[in-house]
Ligand binder design. Structure first.
Ligand code: GLU
Length: 480
């Protein structure tokens, strides 16, 4: 039998990390088995519908390389793939379920239902309408009385199933309620639609969050009432914000597009998310989508929650950034230079060469280049360096010699600039290291820079380098 999995998001807002992980595992499981991955939009809860959320789901899946074989806009033999377009299907099956005894019509009004509280204040429907005579039900339906369809759950006995991650799950029917399957507006609830769709769409493995572990027996009772075989279940551990709190949709940053906006790469996010609750046997960490597909297996899924650790995701992103093709790096970095103090100045490509190995995420770029424009009044005491035997007086000598040689350089680039430094050192009878140290400080005002003196001078260009050197010479002269 061909494996068929599905991702069934509700369009209620952001595509948060937990959703994306469910999509990813479902996709990886299907692809690993050579099966099919289906996208289904579960939009039957109109109250929770958020404008634009469906488009966001499509966009996110596309950007992260999780590509459905069937779904809205893609097509397939089991469509439509948007639940609100399947309303009549659910109704037809609900009526069938009533005939089979697995469900019944309920006419109870809100006031009656609210009065049904137990000693703990919990509502539990009392099966009142289950015992209505058939003729009465028919009469009231004909008269157009508002009604819902409820699941008829046995009052006693255990329901059990095997979850592929969590093992045997058993629930006492007495703890379950006759949930609504079809609402008074004719729309199905999740409780019903998920079963009908998973069955009609030929889903063999259901992958979803562990919050559904204990309601699954209810769904299995519906499968049983229809005489259908339920799918296999792969419930996924929660993703935690810390040891005690689940990552929630409200935890603002934990959604895909926000991470992209922060300068993360989609492939690194996907890679990191793959590790949130699963690990391959050899504990490998950096894996491409095709490696993930090859290695993914249910054995590696853990039962306990995993903590979402942004610094780790950042580190992983860094591995991708450092290995990136320089051309691709430039495509990503450009917009971050444009947002920085060097926007429109200097040659971005020269910065790329210096920063590629020094950043983990692209949003670090603005702060990394900031120093270059902070040049101005700085403290000449900065020129002191024990090992180089540097102090303001030695720096002044070095700078004067360097200035004279730099001025003579025609093709101003790192190699020729370094040669100028070597000549300057020789002329002044000092170490080249002292020249480089002095020039770097003189043209940037910073002791730590992503490149050496020659690289900094190259980025600034000859004119600006000489201007800044002159400024620093003057500053030193005034201080001595
Ligand atoms: N629409 C449900 C959700 O977003 C899907 C649960 C499932 O995969 O069955 O939580």
């Amino acid at each position: 039998m061909k494996v068929r999995t599905r991702f069934a998001p509700s369009p209620t807002g952001f595509m948060h990390i937990g959703n994306l992980r469910t999509a990813l595992y479902s996709f990886l499981f299907a692809r690993h088995a050579g099966g099919e991955f289906i996208l289904r939009i579960e939009d039957t809860d109109e109250k929770r519908y958020v404008e634009g959320a469906v488009e966001l789901i499509y966009r996110t899946l596309k950007a992260s390389g999780i590509t459905p074989d069937e779904g809205p806009g893609i097509g397939g033999e089991h469509g439509p793939y948007i639940q609100s377009e399947r309303k009549s299907i659910y109704l037809e099956y609900a009526e069938k379920l009533v005939e089979l005894g697995g469900a019944y019509y309920c006419f109870c009004d809100k006031a009656r239902i609210e009065s049904l509280t137990d000693e703990n204040g919990n509502h539990k429907y009392d099966k009142h309408c289950l015992s209505l005579p058939k003729e009465e039900v028919e009469r009231r339906l004909k008269a157009g009385e508002p009604h819902v369809i409820r699941q008829n759950i046995p009052t006693s006995g255990m329901t059990e199933y095997e979850d592929m991650v969590y093992g045997t799950i058993s629930v006492d029917s007495a703890d379950l309620e006759d949930n609504i399957l079809i609402k008074s507006d004719g729309m199905p609830t999740y409780n019903f639609a998920n079963v009908i769709d998973d069955h009609l769409m030929g889903i063999t493995h259901v992958t979803r969050g562990s919050e559904y572990l204990s309601s699954t027996p209810k769904y299995n009772l519906i499968y049983a009432a229809f005489g259908w075989t339920p799918p296999k279940y792969i419930h996924l551990p929660p993703i935690m914000k810390d040891a005690t709190h689940k990552l929630s949709k409200r935890y603002g940053d934990a959604n895909f597009e926000d991470f992209i906006a922060k300068g993360y790469l989609p492939e690194a996010i996907v890679n990191y998310i793959a590790l949130l609750g699963w690990s391959p046997k050899d504990d490998a960490e950096k894996m491409s989508m095709s490696e993930l597909i090859e290695r993914f297996s249910v054995d590696g899924i853990s039962k306990s929650g995993s903590i979402f650790d942004e610094p780790k995701m950042k580190w992983l992103n860094g591995l991708y950034v450092h290995e990136m093709d320089p051309e691709k790096f430039s495509e990503y970095s450009a917009k971050w230079y444009d947002k920085s103090v060097i926007a429109g100045k200097y040659d971005y490509k020269k910065w790329d060469a210096l920063l590629k190995s020094r950043i983990d995420i692209f949003s670090e770029i603005p702060e990394k280049v900031e120093f270059i424009e902070n040049f101005g009044a700085y403290d000449v005491e900065m020129y002191r360096h024990k090992k180089l035997k540097a102090d303001p007086a030695a720096a002044l000598t070095a700078l004067k010699a360097a200035r004279a040689e730099m001025e003579r350089v025609e093709k101003f680039e790192p190699e020729s600039i370094n040669e100028a430094f070597a000549r300057a050192a020789e002329n002044a009878g000092i170490k080249k290291g002292l020249v480089q140290w002095s020039v770097r400080l003189a043209v940037t005002g910073a002791a730590v820079t992503p490149g050496g003196a020659a690289e900094m001078a190259d980025i600034l260009g000859k004119e600006e380098t000489l201007r800044r050197t002159d400024f620093s010479i003057k500053l030193l002269e005034e201080s001595l």
